[in-house]
Design a protein around this ligand. Structure first.
Ligand SMILES: C[S@@+](CC[C@H](N)C(=O)[O-])C[C@H]1O[C@@H](n2cnc3c(N)ncnc32)[C@H](O)[C@@H]1O
Length: 339
């Protein structure tokens, strides 16, 4: 096929793909240094940026140029850099900030297992346990500073999806919403704001919920914080059990334990609302396929699932798939009820 004027030749497409990790690390470093927060004050000369973030001037200039070349920043005058609509989302104070996610994506918890992807591909078992000395959640327990960044990253991703979930799925009908593995409670707070008469329970590991207060401020009178492992039990009596990005972390056997614990604890007529990226049955351009690779690299048997696989999973836990609600974000609400 003859190349059109705008078509990128295949070897260049491949080069761009191969250099993708450089973009990832450059964005992540800019996020960690807080460069977008500096630029929020207005276009700034690179030496002043370097001074503010305590880095070497020429190196920072090169980072800014590289990120400008891919659209993250702009250079309105030679040497002066500014935010673009993309880097607005790297600001800490942006309501949809992805800064924590950008920082987290290259912390050792992710960078090390991805660096050994071939080992994972050999036997299909994530080498995260080997390189991190335990599963990723145990690793965060031993490395609390990194665990904090992960929890903040999850909240920042929820800022992208939380209101879309609250708008698409009717939470008003529930009396008690239990967010299982709810992290710092960003989603629960968002959902409770759309369901003013519901009470909420935030449930996660003790080392995670201890930092949950600030995000729940707006709904604190309606929220109870509980800690424990969802492999042992979950809080009782909810009529809605929210599970956002929990099921994709685990293999079918472990998901079944979690779902059975919910089945046991839920109020009669209750719903399980799984919030995940639903994988299409047929490959197409869709974020779920790369997310699935992330689960392969990072988690003990976790994966993204199709509608069919969710239905099978629910069946094994005494539940049945009752509805799928797409949202204006990449995630859907996959609902199950007791059989
Ligand atoms: C991928 S994060 C999702 C967090 C949150 N639901 C969200 O979407 O932002 C997985 C969550 O599961 C929690 N988790 C992992 N193992 C757990 C366990 N055994 N019991 C309870 N929570 C656990 C983690 O602490 C983390 O908050």
């Amino acid at each position: 096929m003859a190349a059109t004027g705008t078509e990128i030749p295949p070897p260049m497409q491949l080069m761009q793909m191969m250099m993708g990790f450089m973009v990832t690390k450059a964005v992540s470093s800019a996020a960690k240094l807080g460069i977008a927060d500096q630029l929020a004050k207005g276009p700034t000369y690179y030496t002043d940026i370097a001074k503010a973030v305590k880095c070497e001037e020429k190196a920072v200039h090169r980072l800014l140029r590289a990120l400008t070349s891919v659209g993250v920043f702009a250079e309105p005058k030679p040497g002066t850099f500014a935010l673009t609509p993309v880097s607005e989302f790297l600001r800490k104070d942006h309501p949809g900030s992805l800064r924590a996610m950008a920082e987290m994506i290259t912390t050792p918890s992710h960078w090390l297992p991805w660096g050994k992807l071939e080992e994972t591909l050999k036997d299909g078992v994530s080498c995260a346990e080997k390189v991190l000395g335990g599963n990723v959640f145990d690793y965060y327990k031993r490395n609390p500073a990194e665990g904090e960044i992960f929890a903040a990253a999850m909240s920042s991703f929820s800022s992208l999806t939380g209101s879309a979930v609250a708008e698409a799925y009717d939470f008003k009908r529930f009396k008690k919403i239990v967010d299982v593995g709810g992290g710092h409670g960003f989603l629960l707070a968002t959902v409770l704001q759309s369901a003013p008469s519901a009470k909420g329970v935030l449930y996660d590991l003790p080392e995670v919920v201890k930092d949950a207060g600030p995000l729940l401020k707006a709904v604190k009178d309606r929220v109870e914080i509980k800690s424990g492992s969802f492999f042992d039990s979950v809080p009782e009596g909810g009529d809605c059990y929210l599970l956002k990005h929990i099921i994709h972390d685990w293999d079918d056997a472990r998901c079944t334990i979690i779902l059975k614990n919910i089945r046991k604890a839920m109020a009669p007529g209750g719903k399980v609302a799984v919030v995940e990226i639903l994988m299409p049955e047929v490959v197409r351009s869709d974020v779920s396929f790369l997310m699935d690779m992330n689960m392969l690299a990072m988690t003990p048997g976790g994966c993204e699932r199709t509608e069919f696989r969710f239905a099978e999973l629910f069946k094994g836990a005494g539940l049945k798939l009752s509805s799928i609600t797409p949202t204006m974000s990449p995630v859907s609400v996959i609902e199950a009820v007791a059989v």
